[in-house]
Design a protein around this ligand. Sequence first.
Ligand SMILES: Nc1ncnc2c1ncn2[C@@H]1O[C@H](COP(=O)(O)OP(=O)(O)OP(=O)(O)O)[C@@H](O)[C@H]1O
Ligand SMILES: [Mg+2]
Length: 242
Amino acid sequence: MSLLELDSVVKHYAGAGETVRAVEEVSLSVREGEMIAVHGPSGSGKTTLLLLIATLLTPDRGSIRYRGRALSSLSEAATSEYLRRDVGFVYQSFQLMPRVSALENASLKLLLDGVGPRKARDRARPWLERLGLGERMNHTPEQLSGGERQRVAIARALVGDPKLILADEPTGNLDSKRSLETVELLLHIAHEQGASVVLVTHDTDAAALADRDYTLRDGRLVEGRRRDTERESARSQPLPVS
Ligand SMILES: Nc1ncnc2c1ncn2[C@@H]1O[C@H](COP(=O)(O)OP(=O)(O)OP(=O)(O)O)[C@@H](O)[C@H]1O
Ligand SMILES: [Mg+2]
């Protein structure tokens, strides 16, 4: 079953003089337990697409359905619950709270959800450890490197076991080893915990690990690749003669 379905979604930004066609007739579905990747050049509409799915922007046209329900039909309370409970968003610019520790940053969503501070920290700690930040939990964002901040932002999105993970360039500041480990962690969460992941990335190696891989160009989703199909066709190729 599709957890998320986009049907002919359009989002334009009205600028001074010219309109930017950020997302143009995008249709897409993501199943439970699946990770899809969307890659494309800078300015192709990737962040806009994630913000639309997260209800942080409203489409001009088209529909976005979550568990079969149009997001546009949800009440204000249901919309904020969707964003708080169902969605885990890794922001491209991290959006960490300044001057509070990595642990408090990672606990934030649970605190907003009414979980007590001690319990919230107990649930956040293992995610920070998994992301290699066991020694950095009490550091504030100002005391962390770019890659460490990025991993705090990932931990914060994963705490609370969201059903839908929207990750905007989550490996942009990581070295290739950490980058691979992070994408594998997201894939594991999809496959083992049944979450759906939309991974936005410039990194074609990272995108290649996803179950399906789309390219976004000038707001249009231009091609899709299915990992299984590719494997099937690779298997059916005749062996090279040496
Ligand atoms: N608030 C806004 N107002 C006007 N134009 C915007 C706004 N946000 C984004 N845009 C424009 O919309 C287009 C898509 O932007 P978006 O941020 O979605 O791209 P992106 O693929 O995420 O790029 P990057 O890889 O650099 O993060 C760009 O041309 C951008 O300049
Ligand atoms: Mg972006």
